[in-house]
Design a protein around this ligand. Structure first.
Ligand SMILES: *Cc1c(COP(=O)(O)O)cnc(C)c1O
Length: 391
């Protein structure tokens, strides 16, 4: 299996078949497992192998298929699935930290990720926030004894690309674990492990499901971290993925590469077509040569990704007129979906932030985040251009 190419792994890796030889992965809707004897139950609680299950909060055959497929794709020794992306982010950090530890994180983070860092602070973990694109700030902040660095490889919603290789070198020189939230890079364009990430976290809710059905998350990393650090924390605190959701994610993975490549091609075409549009003061897309981290994006993803952010003239009023005039593009706050989705971060996903923090992050009143889907790109462009005309 290790020799297989990505698309083959996405369809076949991790599959387990019951005695019936079912073609499509089975959903094992069970929370418990029956033991042949009391001795067998005892032995399994002492140590259970990858094919032996105890309780669905610890593991389940359908969930295990998803974990093995994700580890195969990401190139890590193991993976652990969670109920949501936030259960994965929270668990990845909390499972390895204690009071007095030090963490360095990039400031441009998804709102809930910032909240997790706030919680860590309440429990005595020292958190230093840096501008993730400024390597000098990482060098100054990471010190002897820093336990972890945490970053989104491409930030939400301003699409700054962080140089994972350089940050990993800085972190590893001081012995810190590098945890990368890789949602915007997607498993398709991810080279996070090759670049030096130790632990890669995904919200599977996004591109992995890809059809806006289920919440899910996954933590991919070395076996010692996944089984000895993350698993004990997660299985005792209750953030397990449901078997049904794992099955949806497995089915999503079969078409992940096809979808994400089409989404990225559509996003690129839209960004190129809209650059310089009179109603837009900024078109942010890492795939455009004018993007501040274009070279890094090409090196670490080979593409610009599936999200384009636009700054609409006329601030919030202009952005709202634009959103309300769209017909195909839906107003919602998911991303990575087959359907094209638009969000106004300042009033939704990043509403909780104080205005000065939003300004610091580049979340201006006119900024909108467009998660590009797999529709016909000509239809999308006609919809977007038509709506911009009404601004
Ligand atoms: C959506 C998202 C999350 C959280 O994932 P959920 O599945 O919604 O819990 C974390 N990080 C990033 C970058 C995201 O986009």
């Amino acid at each position: 299996m290790n020799e297989w190419k990505t698309r083959t792994k996405l369809v076949h890796a991790g599959a387990r078949r019951s005695q019936y030889g079912e073609m499509s992965e089975a959903i094992f809707v069970t929370q418990g497992f029956v033991y042949d004897s009391a001795e067998q139950a005892e032995a399994r609680f002492i140590e259970s192998g990858p094919d032996e299950f105890i309780y669905a909060r610890y593991g389940n055959p359908t969930v295990r298929m998803f974990e093995e497929r994700m580890a195969a794709i990401e190139g890590t020794e193991d993976a652990f699935a969670t109920a949501s992306g936030m259960a994965a982010v929270n668990g990845a950090l909390t499972s390895m930290l204690k009071a007095g530890d030090h963490v360095v994180a990039a400031r441009a983070l998804f709102g809930s990720c910032l909240y997790v860092l706030e919680i860590l602070g309440r429990f005595g973990v020292e958190v230093t926030l840096v501008n993730g694109t400024d390597l000098d700030q990482w060098r100054d902040a990471v010190r002897d004894g820093t336990k972890a660095v945490f970053l989104e490889s491409v930030s939400n919603p301003t699409l700054e690309v962080i140089d994972v290789r350089s940050v990993a070198e800085i972190a590893h020189a001081k012995g810190a674990t590098v945890i990368v939230d890789n949602v915007f890079a997607t498993p398709t364009f991810s080279k996070a492990v090759e670049l030096g990430a130790d632990v890669v976290v995904y919200s599977a809710t996004k591109h992995i499901d890809g059809s806006g059905r289920c919440l899910g998350g996954v933590v991919c990393g070395p076996r010692d971290y996944v089984r000895k650090v993350f698993e004990p924390y997660l299985k005792h605190t209750g953030g397990a993925m449901s078997p049904f959701n794992a099955w949806v994610m497995l089915k999503g993975m079969e078409t992940l590469d096809l979808r994400v490549r089409q989404q990225a091609a559509n996003a690129h075409a839209i960004a190129e077509a809209l650059e310089g549009h009179e109603k837009l003061s900024r078109v942010l897309f890492p795939g455009l040569p004018g993007h501040a981290q274009h070279a890094i994006a090409m090196e670490q993803m080979g593409a610009g990704g599936t999200v384009v952010s636009l700054d609409v003239a006329g601030g919030q009023a202009g952005a709202f007129r634009f959103l309300n005039a769209l017909e195909i593009v839906k107003i919602s706050n998911n991303l990575g979906d087959a359907k094209t989705i638009i969000t106004h971060p300042a009033t939704t996903t990043h509403q909780r932030l104080p205005p000065e923090q939003r300004t610091e992050l580049g979340i201006t009143p006119g900024l909108v985040r467009l998660s590009v889907g797999i529709e016909d790109v000509d239809d999308l462009l006609a919809d977007i251009r038509g709506a911009l005309a009404s601004v």
